[in-house]
Design a protein around this ligand. Sequence first.
Ligand SMILES: Nc1nc2c(c(=O)[nH]1)N[C@H]1C(S)=C(S)[C@@H](COP(=O)(O)O)O[C@H]1N2
Ligand SMILES: [Mo]
Length: 582
Amino acid sequence: MRSTAPEDPPNPRPHDALASRLEGADDRVRLSEWLPPQAGVIPRIRIGERWINVLWLLPLAFVFLVSAVAAARGLRELESVREFLARYPGVPATAAVVTTGFPAWLRSLHFLNLFLMVFIVRAGIQILADHPRLYWKRDCTPGTEWFRFQKAVPTGRIWTAKDDSVTLPGWLGLPGIRHSIGLARWWHFSTTLLWMVNGLVFYVLLFATGQWQRLVPNSWEVFPNAVSTALQYLSLTFPPEESWTRYNSLQQLAYFATVFIAAPTSILTGLMQSPAISNSLGWFGRALNRQRARSIHFMALCWFLLFILAHVTLVFVTGARANLNMMFAGVRDASWSGSLVFAPAMLLVALAWWWATPFTLAHARVVQKAGTFMARPFGAVTQWWDATSQLTEKDISPHFWPNGTMPASPEFEALLAGGFADYRLRVGGMVQQPAEFSLADLKAMPRQEQITTHFCIQGWSGVAKWGGVPMRHIIELVQPTAQARYAVFYSLADGGSGGRYYDVQSTSNMQHALSLLAYEMNGGPLTVLHGAPLRLRCENELGFKMVKWIAAIEFVADYGDLGSGQGGYNEDHEFYGYRTPI
Ligand SMILES: Nc1nc2c(c(=O)[nH]1)N[C@H]1C(S)=C(S)[C@@H](COP(=O)(O)O)O[C@H]1N2
Ligand SMILES: [Mo]
């Protein structure tokens, strides 16, 4: 039976007994079997101890605008303000004048940008709804968040991150059902990749053609002129409309900030939420920790939304027909040509908006596969560094969110009642030396400690000190064959929608210095909540890849014949990715 000849067929041995407990999942989302909907609350912002409902911002903004208009009109009566406006009319005297109008490339990229942003924003908000809280510190301790659209974390019961996820209005989120982060991520990553290509082409052509002079201020006078423009808008005497050749200073600053600050900030803070990147970058990963990155990423979203609101309002208020002619037809005249392009373009956006959710639910596996392909460039970025950053004792989180479906079998209860004395970890499959280890055997092996940040796909993070046996030691003992490219981790617990929880890791990643079979957490024995008797740690992947309550490890040549063949329980059932360094 045992042979390592290269001509061996894949997985020549029968699988571990637990393989028969895996249950394949549908290739579409079956709402009847999905996590039931759960309403969130109106978003709240914490100021000190108090939670303020964001709806208060609406009357506040109204009162602010009305008083600002009154103040601006009053100010314009003053002689000094008149002088100021005469001196700074709204555009610096030195401002460049662009005479080439809005070429076709610019108009096309502008539309593509708008089209892609719809998907990016909808999927982004969906991702946020899977952990509807924002923090500044990486520990995510309940009560320390500054923003939430979920009630306070209940006490006196186990409240997992999955319990915490909320349902968004279907038209808003993409795909718009609760806990659909797996699918939302594919949309977010693939449209972001296209958006980045679009943005890069935009940058290059901008600077190759001189169009950049519209966006980049060339004198400090842009600031007083922007104040002047703001005063003119607020006093409802709009500044002269010269968009064909140059923007007023307020417009220029807003566009500049959007194109050259908000967009790169979004990309940077998006990447910094990745376990592989953040856990690789040492001090930078600690400074721009995942929660800061996530909060800033959200603020960039708010900037984009406010920008879109103001931009679209002004496009329509300052002469919709003329403005649409410029940006959608590239002409400066009084025709309807811009509107004739704009109307079908908006119809396309509306159709895509309407189509995306039903398509995603009906063809979830297709979205998963296409997304896996599209997200590859982001995964490639994570290969530049090695996730080996560690933290110190004082970084250990006071609260570490629990997640997943707890073990509930009589078999597990019996093991627990015996203090896991009867527990045996089976390690087999394509190995030279199949073995079974008791907890005492494992504790007698070389012990390793690591203090690392855990990244859950849902958005929370936490720091803990883990103690256990390095996986590379187990690999040395059992000696996987040359064909054994993967290690399958079977759990003692089932997954959320039935069938055994499992996940697959590459054998090479299991050789990583920080791949660990942990039986200790924060200096004490691992608790059942966090995976006792044994759970995996793997610091360059997301949390769901770290199987808790491990029953067996099986080395295989291929995982296509396990479950639905996607490489793990959440990969099969929730359309997550097999490799998740981001
Ligand atoms: N057996 C099993 N392991 C699991 C899960 C699960 O549902 N079942 N959830 C995963 C997820 S999504 C995360 S984030 C981590 C959570 O580990 P923690 O409870 O120690 O925070 O466990 C992972 N391991
Ligand atoms: Mo997770």
